[in-house]
Write a protein that binds this ligand. Structure first.
Ligand code: GTP
Ligand code: MG
Length: 319
């Protein structure tokens, strides 16, 4: 099929009537990309359409996007399409093999004040840098569940990099969300907004807060985790479908009564157990120093990185 005839929207897919298109959109599958990376069973159930129809649509979506068996060489070329965003700290970038990757979820987890939100701010600025400065020339979408986003910080970080602060602020699409359903609905919207607005980074700060508040305690643990998994799945799909970086934060309480091993792992730990992605644990050190450690990442070297939070943003400590 010539390129110009490729389906652009789900309504162009063979077998998708306008009523099916509406059902798909309402169920959170508004684009060809979203459908292509989903399982037919999942779509059939969520959209209330027959499984055979869902199978046909998924097949068409995958063909439209060229998703099929590939040679190792092709896989190599795809890996090369992964881009990285600098964190502002060379130490931290090195630990991550160059920076925060696109096509994946990166989770920052740690106690309060460890710099999770500051990193989200810094990355929202840095993603706008040109490639040669460690950016992706793109915009950021910032989902804030805690009301801790500060435009003043963005302004200061932009200025410190010699960027036009107003322009940088224009390129951060911000939304404050108030409950977990809203949080998930916003990600559905992003399937449309990300390609349209050239968004290259999606931030969810914090990804867990609202879920914890709405489903408190052990008795709700199963439902909470189930919903959270669905949300994380949405985010993984978004990252893969559009080659964007997704950064989420997760506050984890330290337990002083645990004397050995890793005290923050004891309560909560990281949330991406069953989700592909990179998990970074943050700890406080002296003054404005913070220590980052990558957990459960066989492809990254073991070790820690020290960075500092300064008025200019995330940087390496001065030796
Ligand atoms: P929770 O959301 O409470 O779990 O914490 P967090 O991990 O998101 O911490 P956050 O990123 O908010 O980090 C807070 C730290 O950043 C504080 O220790 C502040 O000292 C530092 N910080 C925040 N704003 C500034 C600033 O404008 N200048 C400087 N130098 N440091 C700042
Ligand atoms: Mg925070």
């Amino acid at each position: 099929m010539p390129r110009s005839e490729k389906p652009r929207s789900i309504a162009d897919l063979p077998g998708v009537s306008s009523s099916i298109a509406n059902k798909l959109i309402e169920a959170g599958f508004p684009t060809i990309e979203a459908i292509a990376v989903s399982r037919p069973e999942e779509i059939s159930q969520a959209a209330g359409i027959p499984l055979t129809t869902a199978q046909r649509i998924v097949k068409a979506a995958r063909e439209a996007l060229d998703i099929r068996f590939k040679t190792a060489k092709e896989v190599k070329m795809e890996r090369l399409s992964i881009r990285k965003i600098t964190t502002g700290s060379k130490n931290l970038d090195d630990l991550l093999g160059g920076g925060i990757e696109t096509k994946t979820i990166t989770e920052f987890f740690g106690e309060f004040g460890t710099g999770k939100t500051q990193l989200c701010h810094q990355l929202s600025v840095n993603v706008q840098l040109p490639l040669e400065r460690g950016g992706l020339n793109g915009k950021a979408a910032y989902i804030d569940t805690e009301g801790t986003f500060r435009w003043e910080r963005i302004e200061a970080m932009a200025r410190a990099l010699g960027l036009d602060p107003d322009e940088v602020m224009e390129n951060i699409l911000y939304q404050r969300v108030y409950n977990s359903d809203h949080q998930m609905a916003v990600v559905d919207e992003l399937f449309v907004l990300v390609p349209k607005e050239n968004i290259k980074l999606v931030v969810v700060d914090s990804v867990t807060g609202l879920f914890r508040a709405e489903y408190p305690g052990r008795e709700n643990l199963a439902v909470r985790q189930q919903k959270l998994n669905r949300h994380l799945h949405q985010l993984v799909k978004l990252a893969e479908a559009y080659n964007v970086a997704v950064v989420v934060t997760n506050q984890v309480m330290a337990r002083p009564d645990v004397f050995y091993g890793d005290p923050t792992q004891a309560v909560g730990g990281h949330i991406l157990y069953h989700t592909p992605g990179v998990r970074i644990q943050l700890r406080k050190s002296k003054g404005n120093k913070r220590i980052a450690r990558v957990v459960d990442a066989p492809h990254l070297p073991e070790g820690e990185a020290v960075f500092v939070i300064t008025d200019e943003g995330i940087r390496d400590p001065e030796e």
